[in-house]
Ligand binder design. Structure first.
Ligand code: DX5
Ligand code: ZN
Length: 226
């Protein structure tokens, strides 16, 4: 089974005061998913949005809300996020060492798609048990910057993690997040990533649709080569 390209603009780079229209602008520009960065000011040194904002946005769009939880206690967020209308719930492996099994089950029982993210310093082997579990995660998000802020520089050395994952799990959704744009997408796409988060490169472009389509074409071209 071939995994499909999903381009997910990071709403962290949007004008939060106009979130609904910014979301619609991205969907009109060809976005597949909307990437929502939930930060608690503890797991990462930044504070963004939570379930109330997801709930408000959900009233304006049916889009897939790809929620990335950069929080210390992800289990506490499952019910509020599920009720708010989140589509994907991606928690950090570093914050779920003891309870990832329960976490995955709760995420699924609230109708969301479970994913796991890992920071640049975390070895890739830490996520294998979650992908191979009886109730597995359905996506792995490989951070290509230190989580916390948009607009940072892509870390090419993270591509080894993507290559290892793609070789081991041909039909897994593999997402890359941080510093992705026209100058870095080739590296990520050829390593095997199929879900691409892009904040500053999309929102900073005069024509976001052109960047979204370039990102998608790179993923599809790399897939044809293998
Ligand atoms: C960083 C977030 C990213 C961020 C990406 O912690 O997880 O989703 O918004 O932004 P860019 O694409 O600007 O690096
Ligand atoms: Zn993110």
């Amino acid at each position: 089974m071939e995994v499909t390209a999903k381009i997910a603009p990071s709403m962290l780079s949007s004008d939060f005061a106009n979130l609904a229209s910014e979301a619609q602008r991205m969907l009109n520009s060809g976005a597949d998913w909307l990437h929502m960065d939930i930060m608690d000011g503890h797991f990462v040194p930044n504070l963004t949005i939570g379930a109330p904002v997801i709930e408000s946005l959900r009233k304006h769009t049916k889009a897939y809300l790809d929620c990335h939880l950069m929080v210390t206690n992800p289990i506490d967020y499952v019910e509020p996020m599920g009720k708010a209308g989140a589509s994907g719930f991606t928690f950090h492996v570093e914050a779920s060492k003891d309870n990832w099994q329960e976490l995955i089950q709760r995420i699924k029982s609230l109708g969301m798609r479970p994913g796991v993210a890992l920071k640049p310093g975390t070895p890739i082997g830490d996520v294998f048990p979650l992908v191979e579990a009886e109730t597995p995660v359905e996506m792995v998000l490989v951070m290509t910057v230190a989580p916390g802020f948009g607009g940072q520089k892509f870390m090419p050395e993270m591509m080894d993690k993507v290559r290892i994952l793609r070789k081991k799990y041909p039909s897994l959704d593999i997402e890359v997040d941080g510093g992705l744009g026209p100058s870095t997408i080739e590296m990520a796409a050829s390593a095997g990533a199929n879900c691409v988060v892009a904040g500053s490169s999309v929102f900073g472009a005069p024509e976001p649709a052109e960047v979204i389509s370039l990102l998608r074409n790179s993923v599809q071209k790399a897939q044809q080569k293998c």
